[in-house]
Write a protein that binds this ligand. Sequence first.
Ligand code: ATP
Length: 234
Amino acid sequence: LRGRSCWGVCLSDNVTIEVRELTKRYGELVAVNGISFTVNRGEIFAFLGPNGAGKTTTVEILECLRKPTGGKAFVLGFDIGKNPREIKKRSGVLPQDFYTYERLTVRETVQYYAGMFDAHPDVDELIRLVDLEDKKNVLFRNLSGGLKQRLGIAVALVNDPELIFLDEPSAGLDPKARHGVWHLIDGLHKKGKTVFLTTHYMEEAEVLADRVGIIHYGKIVALDSPQNLISENG
Ligand code: ATP
């Protein structure tokens, strides 16, 4: 699957996402305006920008939930326009404001989503990974915001994806819960997963990301490592 040719260029083993001139219009509004970037294998790539900048639209196009108006994108070597099923099978998604059945327990929730993917993860191991062992019999509706997000991350991992999309994973959480989610994301990175993260917290991008793309009014205005962005722009 790797090394396949797109636009006459060979995607190397190191490239997990390749985006070229991607555009999304909602009527008159240009939400994503001809953006191009790549995400390397095994890195945490953060898409940083204020509300309404176009982050969710971009990430949902890459997850094959929305169709672009123009441009191209390849995810895990597959064309988003031609092979959405292959991309969905191989990636994990934490949507913005993860919510699920209120009356299922943590364990039942993970089992339910594993069944949807026809996946056979070690459910207890996944629950341990997100540090919810002592909550596995607690109903979703009785979890705090931070614990709901951790469960959402476990759900995103049921199919053992090599690429994980996390849309604003710590939005609205208190600092302690936010650090818990960061620790978890760092653990995914250490396991060699590629993580595409959207955030409006600069600190989150700085702490977690290998590279940061800053998006503003649908355009990428800067893209570099956090260290370089800080030393060049303050
Ligand atoms: P947020 O963090 O608030 O979700 P964002 O950076 O993820 O912000 P998007 O949700 O991608 O931004 O929205 C980009 C722009 O597109 C916004 O102006 C938004 O109102 C608009 N938009 C998003 N989805 C739709 C839709 N389905 N129909 C029309 N306009 C939309």
